[in-house]
Design a binder for this molecule. Structure first.
Ligand code: NAD
Length: 252
């Protein structure tokens, strides 16, 4: 019997798939039988990872609408259709409270983390629906779920991503397209490295995390596989928290 997590024959776009969580998702999807279009803003990284994974790749800066159009056109020409979209590319922006936010940084974070997902969903979901249906997975964060004093635009953009998943799930559900978000907690990647190297922060965060460790990109990737595959066939509009328990504890 075929596993409900199997992705044989599925065609996926994964943004930001040259390192970290996006690359782990690309590798998990590949291992499950999918074809994956590798992409990032870096031509060099995209070529390298595309070669390493043996999958087509195209550089696309998700903040440039024309690049996203090219990305979807390329997927259609390579794969003759799209079944899965993963909007993973993201940046943190400058830390600090809103009182000291720099609006150029705010605009960049919102464009990269949120606007790009709206744009790419509008470009790709009609093709997923036209092929009979499929799934989109949007990368949110646990910062979307709680107030904080240090990650202003990032948290706001990620809260927007979770809402986007709900709205798109409503819009596209009748055409058999499921849309969910993932809210990772602290995952060891380049993006989180500055915090990983901050001993005081890590001691505090791990004391507030029941599993007492950072997560690995692969532990987020399997959640994406669940949501993208038949295993998640009745799940839509949700934000799945993958955080070692950080948000469910009062820290006691
Ligand atoms: P990362 O920095 O390791 O990788 C980010 C990827 O996005 C890279 O492939 C990079 O090339 C790509 N990217 C960056 N700017 C881009 C652009 N303008 N256009 C296209 N691609 C671009 O980060 P990560 O930790 O793997 O994070 C992946 C996603 O997970 C992000 O959306 C991030 O916000 C989210 N997230 C990460 C954590 C964590 O602790 N690492 C926690 C919660 C959410």
């Amino acid at each position: 019997m075929t596993s409900p997590f199997d992705l044989s024959g599925k065609r996926a776009i994964v943004t930001g798939s040259t390192r970290g969580i996006g690359r782990a998702i690309a590798e998990a999807f590949l291992a499950a039988g999918a074809q994956v279009l590798v992409s990032s803003e870096s031509v060099e990284d995209t070529e390298t990872v595309s070669r390493e994974l043996g999958q087509p790749g195209i550089a696309a800066d998700v903040t440039i609408d024309g690049d996203l159009e090219t990305l979807v056109d390329f997927a259609l020409s390579e794969f003759d259709g799209i079944d899965i979209l993963v909007c993973n590319a993201g940046i943190t922006g400058k830390p600090g409270p809103f009182a000291s936010v720099e609006m150029d940084d705010f605009d960049r974070v919102m464009a990269l983390n949120l606007r790009s997902q709206v744009m790419l969903a509008n470009l790709a979901l009609p093709h997923i629906a036209a092929g009979g249906g499929g799934a989109a997975v949007l990368m949110s964060s646990i910062s979307a779920l709680r107030g904080n004093g240090a990650i202003n635009a990032y948290a706001l953009s990620k809260a927007g991503v979770s809402q986007l998943a709900r709205n798109l799930a409503v819009e596209w559900g009748p055409r058999n397209v499921r849309v969910n978000a993932i809210a990772p907690g602290f995952i060891a990647t380049d993006l989180s490295r500055p915090l990983l190297e901050n001993e005081a922060f890590m001691a505090r965060r791990m004391a507030m995390t029941p599993l007492r460790r950072p997560g690995q990109p692969e532990e987020v990737a399997v959640a994406a596989q669940f949501l993208a595959s038949d295993a998640g066939s009745f799940v839509t509009g949700q934000t799945l928290v993958v955080d070692g328990g950080t948000v469910i504890t009062d820290g006691s």
